[in-house]
Design a protein around this ligand. Structure first.
Ligand SMILES: *Cc1c(COP(=O)(O)O)cnc(C)c1O
Length: 238
């Protein structure tokens, strides 16, 4: 019992310290690239971690949390504080779209025209207007979700026309084990694509969601506005 308590105290201290460290690192990387620290928003990726862990992060002032499964998200939304802004960052199945629209402020993983149309339709029926990001597979890696560069223009054109969707930007996930130069190429590729889409459709897209625990500093230097950090805050997932 005493051991349990010590372990919990350890976990709490480590979440508080980790958040502080990550926020410091974000500020340093932003400054290094001539940006303000508040141009980069931290999404604490709490997937697989209990609501207690979320509450510890919440108490430090953290309000943006990321989850990748609808079932887990819906359980956490019920028990966690109301003013948390939930980001759905994982692959979205079409039969989970209504739940996603209900629960998440942002959906980072729209990657097909079908999913986009369904999200728009269900958001309309539910009286919502979710903020969405189009997920791109910049590296062309086989196993990942996300649309190609060419598809991105079709998706963006359709997203602009959706009445019930607030199209905010692009998201990508770099393959694990990529070198720094590969990472820079992927992240700058997403930034360039965003700029091309803005010009093509005469719109402004404020958000670039890129960078995880292992690569968020590089992503910030390449223009990230959302970084999605799990392991560096909560520890390794099993
Ligand atoms: C899990 C996950 C993250 C966080 O990854 P860490 O390496 O733990 O920081 C970020 N983005 C997506 C899409 C994820 O699924």
């Amino acid at each position: 019992m005493l051991n349990e308590k010590w372990r919990l105290a350890d976990l709490i201290m480590s979440i508080i310290n980790s958040i502080k460290t990550v926020l410091d690192e974000i500020a340093i990387s932003a400054k290094k690239s001539g940006r303000r620290a508040d141009e980069v928003k931290l999404i604490a990726v709490s997937k697989t971690y209990p609501v207690d862990a979320i509450l510890e992060a919440y108490d430090t002032g953290q309000r943006l949390f990321g989850e990748n499964r609808i079932q887990e998200l819906s359980e956490k939304v019920i028990t966690a504080p109301d003013d948390i802004e939930w980001h759905l960052i994982g692959h979205l199945q079409s039969n989970k779209v209504a739940k996603a629209v209900e629960l998440a402020s942002y959906i980072h993983s729209i990657d097909t025209l079908k999913l986009l149309a369904r999200t728009d339709r269900l958001a309309g029926e539910l009286g919502r207007r979710p903020k969405i990001l189009l997920e791109l597979n910049i590296s062309g890696e086989e196993s990942k979700f996300g649309s190609t560069r060419d598809e991105a223009f079709d998706l963006a054109e359709a997203a602009v026309k959706c009445a019930n969707i607030d199209f905010r930007g692009l998201m990508t996930m770099a393959p694990s084990g990529a070198s720094e130069s590969e990472l820079r190429k992927i992240f700058s590729g997403l930034r360039n694509l965003k700029e091309d889409i803005e010009v093509e459709f005469n719109i402004s897209l404020p958000e670039l969601s890129m960078g995880m625990s292992s690569d968020f500093k590089i992503a910030i230097e390449e223009g990230a506005t959302f970084v999605r950090v799990g392991t560096s805050i909560f520890g390794n997932r099993n």
